[in-house]
Design a protein. Structure first.
Length: 352
């Protein structure tokens, strides 16, 4: 029996309307917790620590730390998403917000680089980069994003400012999508367990081909993982050495996108300033509607992003070695190694 056709069971198999009506994945900050974060900011500043030198101990969170551990457990063993709401972002300057988010991240896991430039605390804002270009990345564009995963265990977004219009966050369970494909088109499910060729989008290490093979779905030691970025798969087709996509591969991706984007599977949420959203990339896919910015630079949509390795992560299939490098559970893995060995804590311009 081909076990790739088995239904994946458990709390990660949810539908959008159900999740939107639930509240177990949302934590509203209490006044005492906000005071604790403020005190942690004062501590790290008093110690003279920078983002590069600070540790979790420099940002003490005796109560909020337990909230973050609960979030981490829910991400891996629960539904795969978690939202922290109610942080008063407008009360802090830009430097303080970066320090606070970095400090919270230190209690969640280990941040990994989001590009070969070494940006480890990334800025999600419109930098007028075409995401469909050979080196395009969705987080530097205001264009609509297709449903996708990021190249890490957990992605975190901290909302500083929202757009004038649009920018709706959309989330679906890749487990639910997998299971529906298993029910209605098991032939296409098998295709998604086979390698597709992906473009590195300019993030490859020196001497490495600009493309690599990797499946969309994997199963390893009873754990499921999805990795899907259709634009990167399409982008790889520009290389002559890459085999052409087969009609069944095209059909499989079209079905994936159709299911993930349907009202039955996804739900949407409008971010509020101060929201901190965490998603487990192995069991969810996410998207964003196009957005229109404010004219004033100080009001433009701006999020901070971290890619995190978490200590309770699942062991991964060797088929994901190319991106994650170390498939062991709890390993520091994923992301794109910095070509210089240095890290950037603010994305100040285009990544092209």
């Amino acid at each position: 029996m081909n076990t790739s056709h088995d239904i994946v069971t458990g709390p990660t198999d949810w539908r959008g309307p159900e999740m939107k009506s639930r509240t177990d994945w949302i934590h509203h900050f209490q006044p005492s917790e906000l005071a604790e974060i403020d005190a942690a900011l004062a501590t790290v500043r008093a110690r003279g620590k920078t983002l590069e030198t600070m540790t979790g101990e420099d940002f003490p969170l005796p109560t909020v730390g337990s909230v973050l551990r609960k979030a981490r457990e829910f991400l891996e063993d629960g539904a795969g998403l978690y939202l922290l709401r109610g942080f008063p972002a407008v009360q802090y300057d830009k430097a303080a917000l970066r320090t606070i988010y970095w400090g919270l991240g230190k209690h969640m896991g280990t941040a990994v680089s989001q590009s070969s430039n070494g940006d480890i605390l990334g800025d999600v804002r419109n930098m007028n980069v075409d995401m469909n270009s050979p080196k395009g990345r969705g987080y530097t564009s205001n264009q609509k994003l297709t449903y996708h995963t990021d190249s890490c265990d957990v992605v975190g977004l901290f909302v500083l400012r929202t757009a004038r219009a649009g920018g709706l966050s959309m989330i679906a369970s890749s487990v639910a999508v997998h299971n529906e494909i298993a029910r209605i088109r098991p032939d296409l499910l098998e295709v998604l367990y086979q390698p597709f060729y992906w473009s590195w989008q300019g993030q490859e290490e020196p001497g490495t081909p600009p493309f690599y093979p990797q499946p969309v779905f994997t199963r390893h030691q009873g754990k499921f993982s999805c990795r899907y970025v259709r634009t990167h798969i399409i982008s790889a087709q520009r290389f002559d050495e890459v085999p052409r996509l087969t009609p069944m591969q095209e059909e499989a991706m079209a079905l994936f996108d159709s299911l993930a984007g349907s009202d039955a599977f996804h739900f949407s949420m409008m971010f509020q300033p101060g929201d901190i959203q965490f998603l487990n990339n192995h069991v969810t896919v996410h998207s964003r509607t196009a957005f229109e910015d404010h004219d004033e630079p100080e009001r433009k949509r701006h999020l901070l992003r971290m890619w995190l390795s978490v200590p309770n992560s699942r062991e991964l299939s060797p088929a994901l070695h190319t991106i994650y490098r170390d498939p062991a559970g709890g390993a520091v893995r994923g992301g794109f190694p910095s070509r210089t060995g240095r890290y950037i804590y603010e994305t100040v311009g285009s990544l092209e």
